[in-house]
Ligand binder design. Structure first.
Ligand SMILES: Nc1nc2c(ncn2[C@@H]2O[C@H](COP(=O)(O)OP(=O)(O)OP(=O)(O)O)[C@@H](O)[C@H]2O)c(=O)[nH]1
Ligand SMILES: [Mg+2]
Ligand SMILES: [Zn+2]
Length: 305
């Protein structure tokens, strides 16, 4: 028997994708150099945060992106025609940016918190635009009571930005959330310069116009990196397992231990301690309603596959 051939070593230099638009984008080589790339094949769909192998070409044309290294995690959304599309990879913290204006989409917040847990990343809610002086809504306090980390800032005035910078410094973070929440303005505040284009919160924005069109990654002055994503209502991470859904509602875990059925889904089952806690006001009804909305969708998805 001939000996199996040695696994061929793939040649190439390593880099981190820092921006991407279709087959093209930019990357930061291990040497620190920033350079443009072109994906060598249509099969490769690099996203921000990807670690890749590339090959320089003799002429001035962009380097060829040859390989995407296995991802540690990814953030996906439902794209056109219900297809799942990966929007970022290899992050250790998912920062969910929300603000009093535009009116917060709490279902999106819930979903992103589930996605953070499901991807093994830390979840952080960034409540922006405190300069508007609207105070913190009850809903936000419920997330805090549930044990989630909440940072309140104003990207516009810079209030508490230094604290946020410290929180992000050991991480590769993704900033996600609805359009107009202030993700790009936050990136600029964190960097201390105008790097990301931020938009007017116009009537159009309220109807879902997006200022940031493609994802980009920035290095923070005090350490760490952040990825600015286009804000999309359809940045709807797809919930694929019930554990992920549960992880988005950690405050249910205690009462859930007392449910009559071990596999209780806290909807209408007899002897459900989560429902009892909601009825008694020990758990916020809004959190439970948010859970039911995601549960319904999760079960529809599970039934359709
Ligand atoms: N008052 C106030 N306005 C802010 C603050 N941060 C951002 N804005 C405004 O909110 C609007 C939207 O900001 P962007 O940073 O473009 O929001 P975004 O989340 O990046 O939006 P997309 O790129 O569309 O997802 C802009 O008009 C900003 O000036 C803040 O802390 N306070
Ligand atoms: Mg933006
Ligand atoms: Zn139950």
């Amino acid at each position: 028997m001939p000996k199996p051939a040695a696994i061929p070593q793939k040649p190439g230099n390593l880099a981190l994708v820092t921006a991407c638009y279709g087959r093209r984008g930019r990357m930061e080589a291990a040497t620190g150099e920033e350079l443009p790339y072109l994906a060598a094949s249509r099969r490769h769909k690099p996203v921000c945060g990807d670690e890749v192998r590339f090959e320089l070409r003799a002429d001035d044309s962009p380097a060829l992106l040859r390989d995407i290294l296995p991802r540690r995690n990814e953030l996906s959304r439902t794209g056109a025609r219900e297809r799942t599309e990966v929007v970022a990879a290899n992050f250790s913290l998912l920062a969910i940016v929300a603000a009093p204006e535009p009116a917060p989409d709490y279902e999106l917040v819930d979903r992103l918190l589930c996605a953070a847990a499901g991807s093994g990343a830390e979840g952080l809610i960034v409540w922006n635009k405190t300069d508007l002086g609207r105070g913190r809504p009850a809903r936000l306090l419920e997330y805090e009571a549930a044990g989630f980390d909440v940072a309140t800032v104003s990207a516009l005035t810079g209030a508490r930005i230094r604290r946020l910078r410290r929180r992000l410094k050991a991480h590769t973070s993704v900033l996600a959330g609805q359009s107009g929440g202030g993700k790009s303005t936050l990136v600029n505040a964190l960097l201390g310069r105008e790097a990301a284009a931020a938009g007017e919160l116009s009537e159009k924005a309220r109807r879902g116009r997006h200022t940031t069109a493609s994802a980009a990654m920035y290095s923070l002055p005090g350490g760490g990196r952040v990825m600015d994503l286009p804000g999309v209502r359809s940045l709807m991470p797809v919930l694929t397992d019930y554990g992920e859904l549960q992880a988005g509602f950690p405050e249910f875990a205690g009462p859930a231990q007392e449910c009559r059925f071990a596999n209780c889904r806290h909807r209408n089952e007899p002897g459900c301690s989560v429902l009892e806690a909601v009825a008694a006001g020990r758990l916020p009804a809004g959190r439970h309603a948010g859970y039911l909305a995601l549960l319904r969708e999760f079960e529809e998805l599970a039934a359709s596959v």
